[in-house]
Design a protein around this ligand. Structure first.
Ligand code: FDA
Length: 308
């Protein structure tokens, strides 16, 4: 119930206005967000790279219904990719992009606008020698996002997708995307979804995750195992070994600020580990989804709101 209420909050502009103006201690936000600026994102990447971790950087923002704002997000990514290249970090970092931040929700021509903006970002990534992965948002956008992915992959075949194991459709989507050259990040899913489209029982989500993992790992693509769940990480490690996959043919991924010791432990074992690193000042929706994932985070946040 708490998770549902929080996920509802993540889309409320009224609550967003109250929370983002409250004197939230910097500590809560900085645990999960690298900073406000491009320079902050580059510095955090450098620090993670020193621990032999890879990075995928998200310029925070979502649900844009303003063409100008969507264009500004694309420009921010182009600037970021240029800065990573200049800093010599583009072999360590790629970017993650939410199509809703690029205009996908606009009622007239939103999908075309998001595709055009995403193309600009993919070109900048190619120029810098790195890649782009399209984040997954709520289920109403899945068909549109996979359609945009197919278009982008014609010119930028290494563009990656995210699939959410909680959606009932995902096992089929995994089968469709388990093709040579295809990069697929598998996560559990972070949005509020109806029982008709998504599993709500956590155990059913885990079972779906394992079924999807098998499809991706047995296929010829590049699976990206995005989870902090110790059981799923152990199962994935076992499946890649059984499939005879080499260490450069898959990766583990985790969120910035979540289980950092485990991130380093897996990297030291020789796995490729990539950290999803958000930056920017539009952190509200992202932060509330992280709070919804773990009640202990919520207590931490509540204490900071009342200044304790
Ligand atoms: P689960 O939530 O069961 O957590 C397992 C354990 O991990 C917990 O017991 C706790 O110890 C730790 N943990 C997990 N979340 C935590 C948190 N926020 N704070 C502290 N500890 C935590 N979702 C989506 O819908 N679309 C997307 O595009 C993405 N992209 C994405 C990229 C990457 C790299 C990751 C790792 C995750 C996503 N997600 C996402 C989020 C994902 O769907 C999911 O909500 C979270 O990863 C939490 O699920 P876990 O698999 O970690 O398991």
């Amino acid at each position: 119930m708490m998770r549902g209420a929080l996920l509802g909050m993540s889309r409320s502009s009224t609550i967003k206005n109250v929370v983002t103006r409250a004197p939230v201690t910097r500590g809560v936000v900085t645990r999960f967000v690298a900073g406000d600026s491009t320079a902050d994102a580059v510095e955090a990447t450098r620090a993670l790279a020193a621990d032999d971790l890879r990075v995928t950087i998200d310029h925070l923002g979502e649900d844009t219904t303003d063409r100008g704002q969507a264009a500004r997000v694309a420009v921010a990514y182009v600037e970021l990719l240029g800065a990573l290249h200049t800093a010599g970090l583009s072999d360590r970092a790629e970017v993650s992009v939410k199509l809703s931040a690029l205009g996908q929700y606009l009622p007239q021509g939103g999908e075309d606008l998001a595709l055009e903006n995403a193309r600009t970002i993919c070109q900048a990534a190619a120029n810098a020698g790195t890649t782009v992965t399209l984040d997954a948002e709520d289920h109403t956008t899945t068909d549109s996002t996979l359609g945009v992915l197919a278009e982008l992959r014609r010119d930028f075949p290494d563009t990656g997708a995210v699939l959410q194991a909680y959606l009932r459709r995902t096992e089929e989507d995994c089968a469709a995307l388990a093709v040579a050259g295809s990069r697929v990040r598998l996560c559990k899913g972070a949005y509020q979804e109806h029982e008709s489209v998504a599993f709500s029982d956590p155990h059913a989500v885990d079972l779906s995750y394992v079924r999807c993992l098998r499809v991706l790992i047995d296929g010829p693509g590049y699976p990206m195992v995005a989870s902090h769940d110790p059981r799923l990480i152990a199962i994935a490690a076992d499946l890649v070994t059984r499939a005879g996959r080499s260490r450069d043919s898959y990766e583990f991924q985790m969120l910035y600020g979540v289980r950092p010791a485990e991130q380093v432990r897996l990297a030291r074992l020789g796995h490729t580990v990539r950290i999803y690193l958000p930056y920017g000042d539009d952190w509200y929706g992202y932060l509330v989804r992280r709070l919804a994932e773990r009640p202990a985070n919520l207590a931490f946040f509540a204490r900071s709101l009342v200044g304790r």
